[in-house]
Design a protein around this ligand. Structure first.
Ligand code: NAD
Ligand code: TDX
Length: 339
């Protein structure tokens, strides 16, 4: 099998590539990544010389480049993860979100239509469903899409484009909508890394608003296994919710992490809320569990404890991300990076 993974230098993408190389020793993986601030080739330094892995530096929205890749290689599968992924950044400037998440997805769908693939996996998000009230049932695949941030609106647009390419052109699209991930290699701008890294440095931990927003957390390994199954067993045109039935308020998360780390709750600092901040996400994964025979396996407390140990053991990794030095690693091979 030959698979094109987009966004493989990011958090989930790099975990997914490690997962695929481990689980499918005979697959060849091409990783197309633009190396934005969120792309870090150091996440994949252990596999860069693996003959089953090839890195291509480029933009998914670059039609010529994408088409030239398909002219050179016959891809059996596409796993499309590349995206601008941070809600706060989309509030400051939505443009790159439209370019990458909407146009980039359309360019890839068009290539899949023209050149043909066995499966096109679109990695979408629970945020496309919008926000739940405290007593609402968890999102099922039948919930309407009601995105609230420029990020989630751009992801919903990609999600709907994928559906349209399935219905109109028969592109074998499988869509997954996963809840909040945590695990190794997540960019320090996201919530759980922010908590751990600030706590390690005895720095204040910024909690938006009243801290009572609810997220439904899943370990990235459980997400990767579900993505692999969705590629293998997912039915074209279908949507698969992925979640671990693991809802917590943000304040609960901070308190749990501080307790594991033996740090004081005085580090908690309430700051101005995120505009349009979704109150609650919760995923009902029943359809996916039944259709793909998938179950999450990582216990949250154990996953968080292991992650804290990972950040403690991998100081050099996150220090280089925070200082910007991780960019030098890629620039050695690919020249100056633009975004
Ligand atoms: P990330 O920000 O860590 O990584 C994104 C990667 O995409 C980076 O390597 C970046 O360089 C690359 N990229 C960005 N623009 C590109 C472009 N134009 N062309 C090629 N590459 C480009 O993101 P993540 O958290 O790993 O998320 C991966 C995917 O999973 C995204 O599609 C996101 O919407 C989705 N998702 C994430 C979560 C989560 O909790 N992190 C949950 C559900 C779904
Ligand atoms: O410093 C912070 N303080 C804080 O209170 C940060 C960075 C976040 N928060 C809050 C906002 C959210 O309620 O924590 C929660 C999680 O925030 P993020 O890590 O920014 O994630 P979220 O906005 O929920 O979106 C994430 O999950 C769905 C990913 O970033 C998306 O890419 C994915 O689609």
């Amino acid at each position: 099998m030959k698979i094109l993974v987009t966004g493989g230098a990011g958090f989930i993408g790099s975990n997914f590539i490690h997962y695929l190389l481990r689980e499918h020793p005979d697959w060849h993986i091409v990783n197309l990544d633009k190396l934005t601030y969120a792309g870090n080739l150091e996440n994949l330094s252990d596999v860069q010389d693996d003959p089953r892995y090839t890195f291509v530096h480029g933009d998914v929205a670059d039609r010529e480049l994408v088409n030239s890749l398909f002219e050179q290689e016959k891809f059996d599968l596409i796993a499309h993860l590349a995206a601008e992924s941070h809600v706060d950044r989309s509030i400051l400037d939505a443009s790159p979100f439209i370019e990458t998440n909407v146009k980039g997805t359309q360019v890839l769908l068009e290539a899949a239509k023209q050149y043909g693939v066995q499966k096109f996996l679109l990695v979408s998000t629970d945020e496309v469903y919008g926000s739940l009230g405290p007593d609402d049932p968890a999102f099922t695949e039948e919930n309407p899409l009601k995105p609230n941030s420029p990020y989630s609106a751009s992801k919903a647009s990609a999600d709907l484009l994928a559906r349209a390419y399935f219905v109109t052109f028969g592109v074998p699209v499988v869509i997954t909508r996963c809840s909040n991930n945590y695990g190794p290699y997540q960019h320090p701008e996201k919530f759980i890394p922010t908590i751990i890294l600030n706590a390690l440095a005895d720095q204040p931990i910024p909690v938006y608003g009243d801290g009572l927003n609810v997220r439904d957390w899943i370990h990235v390994e459980d997400h990767c296994r579900a993505l692999d199954l969705a590629m293998k067993k997912g039915e074209p045109g279908q949507v698969y919710n992925i979640g671990a039935n693991n809802e917590h308020t943000n304040l609960d998360i901070v308190r749990t992490i501080l307790k594991i780390m033996g740090k004081p709750e005085t580090l908690i600092t309430f700051v101005q809320d995120r505009p349009g901040h979704d109150r609650r996400y919760a995923i009902n994964p029943a359809h996916t569990e039944a259709a793909l025979s998938w179950q999450p396996s990582v216990d949250f407390y154990t996953g968080l404890t292991d992650l804290i140990a990972w950040y403690t053991a991998n100081r050099a990794w996150w220090k280089r991300v925070k200082s910007g030095e991780y960019r030098e690693y890629a620039e050695k091979w690919y020249g100056a990076l633009t975004s």
